[in-house]
Design a protein around this ligand. Structure first.
Ligand SMILES: Cc1cc2nc3c(=O)[nH]c(=O)nc-3n(C[C@H](O)[C@H](O)[C@H](O)COP(=O)(O)O)c2cc1C
Length: 241
């Protein structure tokens, strides 16, 4: 399906991409990336000929591992040793965080959560869930198997608490838990049951309490990146202006 669109890049997660899919993409000039959550995932990915790696820390929204971006990115950069570019992901939503990712050795950044409360995203997310995203603080996410059967960072709510609590029968393995969740979620949304309307979201969600346009978010990233860079230059050489 992806290759029937004019795409330049396909990025795979939850394990190395199948070799035949990588070959198919490469035959059409499409680059292939892969998300990883540990330095020990590097070799298996490179054996499949991926063109870039995304080192995604545990702070990230969506399926994620246990290692924080601050520790993971240098670990992956060291293991890759220049063979492919490494992007940093997880906990990046400002120019300051972007600059920090470059300081950790990343060639660039990969973001998700920061776009969820954008004005452009409004029509894609039901109003109750959007309100939960806008109200969330950095402490309001949890890594839980209750949405898909695999650990996924998402808004913490009554659903995640119940499935992860002491009275839970335990989550089903993927994809079965996802089927349970998909069956339930439209009912929660229709009933506007706020404490059951969850969504994948990373810890940076706490930085995005006001709806902004994508253009405003991009301008803020650039401006903060420049400011933070100048501040670091001043720290390194106090005489520089
Ligand atoms: C709502 C949402 C859905 C996501 N779905 C996927 C997905 O289907 N496949 C994937 O590889 N990554 C997925 N991710 C992870 C992103 O690709 C990205 O690595 C992550 O959002 C970066 O961390 P951040 O959320 O702190 O910006 C998702 C993230 C969010 C917030």
């Amino acid at each position: 399906v992806a290759l029937s669109h004019p795409v330049r890049l396909i990025v795979n997660a939850l394990g190395p991409p199948p070799s035949d899919v990588v070959e198919l993409a490469h035959d059409r000039g499409v680059k292939v990336g892969a998300l990883i959550g540990s330095g020990r995932h590097v070799e298996a990915q490179l054996r499949r000929n991926v063109d870039l790696l995304v080192a995604q820390g545990t702070e990230a929204g969506g399926h994620t591992g246990e290692v924080a971006t601050m520790v993971l990115v240098p670990e992956v950069v060291r293991a890759v040793a220049g063979r492919v570019p490494v992007l940093a992901a997880g906990g990046i939503g400002s120019g300051r965080q972007m600059l920090a990712a470059l300081a950790l050795g990343a060639a660039g950044v990969w973001t998700g959560t920061m776009w969820l409360t954008s004005k452009e995203a409004e029509s894609h997310i039901d109003p109750v869930t959007r309100q939960n995203l806008l109200a969330a603080r950095s402490t309001d996410t949890v890594r839980s198997k209750s949405m898909s059967g695999k650990p996924m960072r998402q808004l913490r709510n009554a659903w995640t608490d119940a499935w992860d609590g002491p009275d839970s029968p335990g989550c089903l393995p993927a994809p079965l838990q996802g089927i349970v969740h998909h069956a339930a979620i439209p009912r929660f949304r229709a009933a506007r049951t706020a404490d059951l309307c969850g969504y994948p979201a990373g810890q940076v969600i706490g930085q995005f309490g006001q709806p902004r346009t994508v253009a405003e978010l991009m301008a803020a990233l650039e401006g903060e990146f420049d400011d933070a860079g100048r501040q670091i230059v001043r720290t390194l050489s106090p005489s520089a202006r």
